[in-house]
Design a protein around this ligand. Structure first.
Ligand code: ATP
Ligand code: 9VF
Ligand code: MG
Length: 275
C-alpha cells in the first residue's frame, strides 16, 4: 500500500539509536514517522548538542551532584550530621548485617580480593558511627550518608549496578513510626515527588515501610530495633530510611530508563553524549 511505501521501516538498532537521542519530554511514533533515519538522527543530534551547550552556559551543574547537595542541605538543616564512610568495606560487615551466604543479596555483592567488597548499602558505616557517637553527642543522634553503592542486578529499568543511596537515621528518643513518616513526607515534599506508603518485608530488616512512586520503590524505611543491632553494639531504638538518588531523578525528570540518571558516560544530565 502507499502508506507502507512511506514507512521508512526502521531497524531495531535504528529505533534504539533514535530513542537514545530523544529528550525526556520527546516522544516518537516510528510507524507514523515520515523522515528517514538519517534525517531524524541528524536533527536530534543537533538538538542534543544545543541542550549540552545550554547546560554549559547556564548552570554547569551535574543533576546527581546537585541532588546530593540539595538533600545534604535538607538533612543538615534538620539536625542530621553528614557522614562519608568507606565504599570499600570488609565483607564480614555484610555477614554481620544478616546477609548470609544463602541469601539473594549476598549473591549481588561485588567482592574485592579475599576479605573486602564494594558496599551494597550504607547501614554498616552508619552503625559504626552511631556506636562511636553514642557517648559523645546529645540524644537523639541524627546522622545521614549519601554515596555510591554497588549490587549485581539483572533487571534494568529501575536498577543500576552502581547507584547512589541516601540513608538517614535517628537513634535514641522519639524514634517512632510517626516521626519517620513525617520526615519522609517532608523530604519528598521538598523534592515535589508524589508518593505512596505501603508495608513490606525484607530479609535484612524484617518489616519495612516502603515508599512507592507508581510501581517503583523509592525507599525502604525501618523502625528499629532489630536483632542485628547487638552485633554492632547498638542497644537503643532507631528509625531510618534508604533512598536511591537515581530513582528520585528518574521520577523528577520523567526519564524512560534509570540509565539517564546514572553515573554513565553515555548521558550527561539525561542528554545523550553520543553525538
Ligand atoms: P529493589 O527491591 O527495587 O531491588 P531493594 O528493596 O533491594 O530494591 P533497598 O535495599 O531497600 O533496595 O535499598 C534502598 C533503596 O535504594 C531502594 O528503595 C532504591 O531506591 C535504591 N536502590 C536499591 N537497589 C538499587 C539499584 N540496583 N539501582 C538503583 N537504586 C537502587
Ligand atoms: C533502613 C535500606 C541499621 C540504625 C545504621 C540505619 C536504616 C534503610 C534500608 C538500605 C539497607 N535502615 N538500603 O538503617 O536506616 O540498609 O538495605 Si541503621
Ligand atoms: Mg527495599
Amino acid at each position: 500500500s502507499s502508506s507502507k511505501a512511506k514507512d521508512p521501516g526502521f531497524t531495531q538498532s535504528q529505533k534504539d539509536r533514535i530513542v537514545s537521542l530523544l529528550g525526556p519530554d520527546e516522544m516518537i511514533s516510528f510507524s507514523k514517522e515520515k523522515r528517514s533515519f538519517q534525517q531524524l538522527e541528524a536533527e536530534l543530534i543537533n538538538k542534543r548538542k544545543d541542550d549540552l551547550r545550554k547546560v554549559y552556559e547556564d548552570s554547569r551543574e551535574n543533576l546527581l551532584g546537585k541532588l546530593e547537595r540539595q538533600i545534604t542541605d535538607f538533612f543538615v538543616e534538620r539536625g542530621f550530621m553528614e557522614i562519608k564512610s568507606p565504599i570499600l568495606i570488609p565483607f564480614e560487615y555484610m555477614e554481620r548485617m544478616g546477609v548470609g551466604e544463602d541469601t539473594k543479596l549476598s549473591q549481588q555483592i561485588f567482592r574485592v580480593g579475599e576479605n573486602m567488597c564494594l558496599r551494597p548499602m550504607l547501614a554498616p558505616g552508619l552503625y559504626n558511627y552511631l556506636y562511636k557517637f553514642d557517648n559523645i553527642l546529645p540524644d537523639p543522634i541524627r546522622i545521614f550518608e549519601i554515596g555510591p553503592c554497588y549490587r549485581k542486578e539483572s533487571d534494568g529499568k529501575s536498577h543500576l549496578e552502581e547507584f547512589t543511596m541516601l540513608n538517614f537515621c535517628q537513634m535514641g528518643s522519639k524514634c517512632t513510626r510517626e516521626t519517620l513518616i513525617l520526615l519522609i513526607e517532608d523530604f519528598l515534599d521538598s523534592l515535589n515527588i508524589e508518593h505512596e506508603i505501603v508495608s513490606d518485608n525484607c530479609m535484612v530488616y524484617g518489616e519495612t515501610i516502603d515508599v512507592l512512586h507508581k510501581d517503583m520503590e523509592l525507599s525502604s524505611a525501618v523502625v528499629g530495633p532489630i536483632p542485628q543491632d547487638i552485633d554492632w553494639g547498638i542497644n537503643k531504638p532507631w528509625i531510618g530510611a534508604g533512598f536511591g538518588l537515581e530513582r528520585l531523578l528518574k521520577v523528577t525528570y520523567n526519564f524512560k530508563t534509570i540509565k539517564r540518571a546514572a553515573r554513565c558516560e553515555n548521558y550527561y544530565n539525561g542528554i545523550s553524549t553520543n553525538l
